[in-house]
Every structure is written in structure tokens, then in C-alpha cells.
Design a protein around this ligand. Structure first.
Ligand code: ATP
Ligand code: MG
Length: 140
């Protein structure tokens, strides 16, 4: 078993799809290990997506990610990173396969309902971005 990070994005929060998306992921075989509701600051969103700094969509992406609260969630499964990327589908919902989260719930290539880590290394970094060890391990 290993872990990955998903973020339910502002478009899905505003359209009231967070519960459906979490249910979809549970039905796909993930277990929820930790979950928060977060309003990202501009600086936090810029840091989270800093790999895209300089790209034409970057400023708008940061504005989008700060436009409503989001739900970061640690998901666990066998091959969690790859399994979640497959479950969410392509970045652009028009290219996403039938039955994927983005096909079902995304509005557009930017407003695409959900983020998922793209490697084990990034999953670790992104989990640490949102969750302390205390929250992650559920220990006291
Ligand atoms: P994410 O990192 O959010 O899981 P992804 O890995 O499928 O998505 P990336 O290439 O990492 O896609 O892009 C990060 C996010 O930036 C996308 O999810 C989308 O919201 C936005 N984005 C990417 N490319 C474009 C584009 N050409 N136009 C508008 N928004 C874009
Ligand atoms: Mg990405």
C-alpha cells in the first residue's frame, strides 16, 4: 500500500460535487487517510504549482485555486499514484476516458475538478505541504 495526494478543486466545491468525487474514489478502491478543508492563499497556491511558473496558464491557475476552498485528501491504495492518475483521467475533460472523475465532473482544462500527484516523490512533497505528521499518522 502507498499514498498519494488528491485535491478537490474550487469548481467541484462550488458545484457541490465534493461528496460525489470522494464516493467515486472510495468505490474505485482508495481509502481516505486524512482530509482537510483549506482556503489557499495566493502564495500557497503559487508555491504548490510552482513547477508551472512562467507558463501562460500559471497566473490564472493560481487565481482559480484561490477562488474557493479546496479539499486536500491523502488516499491509500496499491500503486496509489498511478491508480489515482488513471481514476481522474486526462487534464482536459474532453480527452478524459469515460467514467473518470474529470470526464464526469470537470468543466474545462483549467476547471478540472481534481488534482492528483504525478510521482511518488511529488506525492510525498505534496502530502507534507498540507498535512503534518500528526494529521497524517493519526497519532497523539
Ligand atoms: P494537476 O497537476 O492539477 O493534477 P495535471 O497533472 O493533469 O493536473 P498539469 O499539466 O500538472 O496537469 O497542470 C496543472 C493544472 O493547470 C491543470 O490541472 C489545470 O488546472 C491547469 N492547466 C494545465 N494546462 C492548462 C492549459 N493549457 N490551460 C488552462 N489550464 C491549464
Ligand atoms: Mg500535475
Amino acid at each position: 500500500m502507498n499514498q498519494t495526494l488528491a485535491i478537490i478543486k474550487p469548481d467541484a466545491m462550488e458545484s457541490g460535487k465534493a461528496g460525489k468525487i470522494l464516493a467515486h474514489l472510495e468505490a474505485a478502491g482508495f481509502t481516505i487517510q486524512a482530509l482537510r478543508l483549506v482556503s489557499l492563499s495566493e502564495a500557497q497556491a503559487a508555491e504548490f504549482y510552482s513547477v508551472h511558473k512562467g507558463k501562460p496558464f500559471y497566473d490564472q491557475l493560481v487565481a482559480f485555486m484561490t477562488s474557493a476552498p479546496v479539499i486536500p485528501v491523502i488516499l491509500e491504495a496499491e500503486n496509489a499514484v498511478l491508480k489515482l492518475r488513471e481514476a481522474i483521467g486526462a487534464t482536459d475533460p474532453r480527452e478524459a476516458k469515460e467514467g473518470t472523475v474529470r470526464k464526469l465532473y470537470a468543466e474545462s482544462k483549467e476547471r478540472n475538478a481534481i488534482h492528483a500527484s504525478d510521482s511518488d516523490a511529488n506525492a510525498n512533497t505534496e502530502i507534507a505541504f498540507f498535512f503534518s505528521n500528526y494529521e497524517r499518522l493519526g497519532v497523539d
